[in-house]
Design a protein around this ligand. Structure first.
Ligand code: SAM
Length: 260
């Protein structure tokens, strides 16, 4: 283990050690002087060092007290502002905007983290994350594929996303069991994600994918009547995975308007 730190499983610690992969990630992020960048989980600093060199000053959010102590020994406050604590509870509106969010995320909490970051989309310029490849595949999946689900719809509603490249387990110490991938996310303009009731959209999507094998008539029984399906021109015998993001938004808008 680099520099004597024992990796903590509960914090999803797999430290990046392959210089080529580190270079590729930094090339993808392309940090510039004066940009507001926050790194989630800097760990032992694999990408922190080149990020700070690129932008001059960096914010980091880290939960592990031992790693925080190391960061404090290594960096001056002029170089890095250290935010101690759980990124899941961190209020990103306290940081300057437009914000670039980056990180090799702890895989055990990647989905709740993505939803937490999504709630700050208006303040964010872009986000570049390393995640389990399987999660990235789900984020960018198209309808009618196995990987397409709630994560795809809710994130594609708000972001343009691209899977940039895969990272093998051998790039880390200790090596994780799974292949990883880098995903790039850019918030869509507000005019493109103007669902009338996003909470309702979330409920519809959660219900529609709750039981993937069932038809929309069954999964959305409590939300959408036969008349609603007719008005929307959506086949109630179809399954949730056949509808695109725009159709889910149309459904939420229709149900929200009808409730008024
Ligand atoms: N960035 C380093 C690298 O690439 O080598 C470390 C990446 S490691 C996969 C995940 C990092 O996130 C660790 O430093 C871990 O302590 C930190 N972490 C885990 N859970 C966290 C949380 N809830 N909030 C903030 N940081 C967290």
């Amino acid at each position: 283990m680099p520099q004597g730190h024992i990796a903590r499983k509960r914090f999803g610690q797999n430290f990046l050690s392959d210089p080529n992969i580190i270079r590729q990630i930094i090339t993808a992020i392309a940090p510039k002087k004066g940009e507001h960048i926050v790194e989630i989980g800097p760990g032992l600093g694999a990408i922190t060092v080149p990020l700070q060199a690129g932008c001059g000053h960096l914010h980091v959010v880290e939960i592990d007290r031992d790693l925080i102590a190391r960061l404090k020994e290594t960096w001056s406050p002029a170089q890095i502002t250290i935010h101690e604590g759980d990124a899941l509870k961190f209020d990103f509106s306290t940081l300057p905007a437009p914000l670039r969010v980056v990180g090799n995320l702890p895989y055990n909490i990647s989905t709740p983290l993505l939803f937490h970051f999504a709630s700050y989309a208006e303040r964010v310029r872009d986000m570049t994350f390393m995640l389990q490849k399987e999660v990235v595949d789900r984020m960018v999946a198209e309808p009618d594929t196995e990987a397409y689900g709630r994560l795809s719809v809710m994130l594609q509603y708000r972001f343009n996303m691209a899977s940039l490249f895969d990272v093998p387990p051998t790039a880390f110490k200790p090596a994780p069991k799974v292949t990883s991938a880098i995903v790039y996310m850019q918030p869509k303009p507000a005019s493109e994600c103007a669902c009338r009731d996003e909470a309702l959209l979330g409920r519809i999507v959660t219900a529609a994918f709750g039981q993937r094998r069932k038809t929309l008539r069954n999964t959305l029984r409590e939300l959408c009547s036969d008349e609603d399906f007719v008005a929307l021109g959506i086949n109630p015998q179809a399954r949730g995975e056949t509808l695109g993001v725009a159709e889910y938004v149309r459904m939420a808008d229709h149900l929200s308007a009808r409730a008024e």
